[in-house]
Design a protein around this ligand. Structure first.
Ligand SMILES: C[S@@+](CC[C@H](N)C(=O)[O-])C[C@H]1O[C@@H](n2cnc3c(N)ncnc32)[C@H](O)[C@@H]1O
Length: 300
């Protein structure tokens, strides 16, 4: 069993996070039947629209392919699919390729769906179960890889989460992730209007620039890719005859420019990351003033 880190937050803050996750569990368990209040549904429709757009221009495929590349050969690896829900398009692939796979999610009905799929494929080395990653009762072994798709921004005290995931990874272990960001003025503005009405606000903490400082304390950023930066302006273009072509151009602009810390990344709505565990956490972050990632540019 891994030691639970003690340093980043107080006991009261840890309990607060566990309490938030009990609410979150309820939210995800009722997700299929109760879809939240009107602003939450409206926001979700907006997100779904953005996802459809992502598929049209190939951004979804880009993210999946990057994730595949970064996950690499999983033979011999113990993988945690953190916040797996019912499994996303890569979950079964990962389960099939790895030596040991654990899908973990707060929602019991969701993991049952994934567990059925694992059983149907006779993947005996793979399990899906419900539980809270933050809970002291989650006493799994160490992992070589944590796949965290749309999950890392669900932790109020982000550094505590990073410290915990760091402690559960083996030396040299990595995280492959995908998250929402809050670094563009447009998103900050729209979220500020919507957040007071949002029913899942308690566990939605899209990345700020500070989040990257914090990440760099525990992990080396091996690769980074922002999407929906320039591309987010492309949505209305769908209505025009040559709209798709223009949107593809915007997406490829993001691919070329939003692959390092800097203004082009900050304009993005989402970020995919490949992180490698540091042997020893740094004393403090500093992604913005002292880049440790080879080739990573410092924003001016
Ligand atoms: C936005 S969904 C992403 C689901 C899936 N990974 C995907 O890519 O579609 C976030 C999921 O993270 C799970 N989650 C959040 N915090 C968690 C925690 N502390 N432990 C386990 N699962 C958690 C939630 O239950 C939820 O299903």
């Amino acid at each position: 069993m891994c030691a639970v880190p003690q340093s980043a937050i107080s006991g009261a803050e840890r309990n607060e996070m566990l309490g938030i996750n009990r609410q979150q569990r309820q939210f995800y368990e009722q997700r299929r039947t109760q879809r939240g209040n009107s602003p939450t549904r409206l926001w979700r429709h907006g997100r779904e629209l953005a996802w459809r757009w992502c598929s049209v221009v190939g951004a979804t495929a880009t993210v999946h392919n990057l994730h595949r590349e970064w996950l690499g050969d999983l033979q011999g690896k113990r993988v945690l699919d953190l916040g797996c829900y019912t499994g996303n398009p890569l979950s079964l692939e990962i389960a099939q390729a790895s030596t040991s796979y654990l899908g973990l999610d707060l929602s019991e009905p969701a993991v049952q769906v994934l567990q059925e799929q694992l059983r149907a494929r006779q993947l005996d080395h793979a399990t899906a179960r419900s539980g809270d990653f933050l809970s002291p009762e989650f006493d799994a072994e160490q992992f070589d890889v944590v796949y965290a798709c749309a999950v890392m921004h669900h932790f109020k005290h982000f550094e505590y989460f990073l410290e915990l995931v760091w402690s559960r990874l083996s030396p040299g272990g990595c995280i492959v992730s995908y998250d929402a960001m809050n670094t563009s003025w447009l998103l900050r503005l729209s979220r500020a209007c919507y957040r007071p009405f949002q029913s899942d606000a308690a566990w939605e903490y899209p990345f700020s620039r500070k989040s990257f400082d914090c990440i760099e304390k525990y992990f080396e950023i091996r690769s980074i890719q922002g999407i929906l930066g320039m591309g987010k302006w492309g949505l209305p273009l769908l209505l025009l005859p040559r709209g798709q072509k223009a949107m593809r151009y915007m997406h490829s602009y993001d691919l070329r420019h939003a692959n390092r810390l800097g203004p082009a990344l900050w304009r993005c709505m989402h970020v995919a990351l490949h992180l490698q565990r540091r042997d020893v956490p740094l004393e403090s972050g500093g992604a913005l003033d002292a880049p440790r990632v080879p080739g990573l540019k410092v924003p001016t």
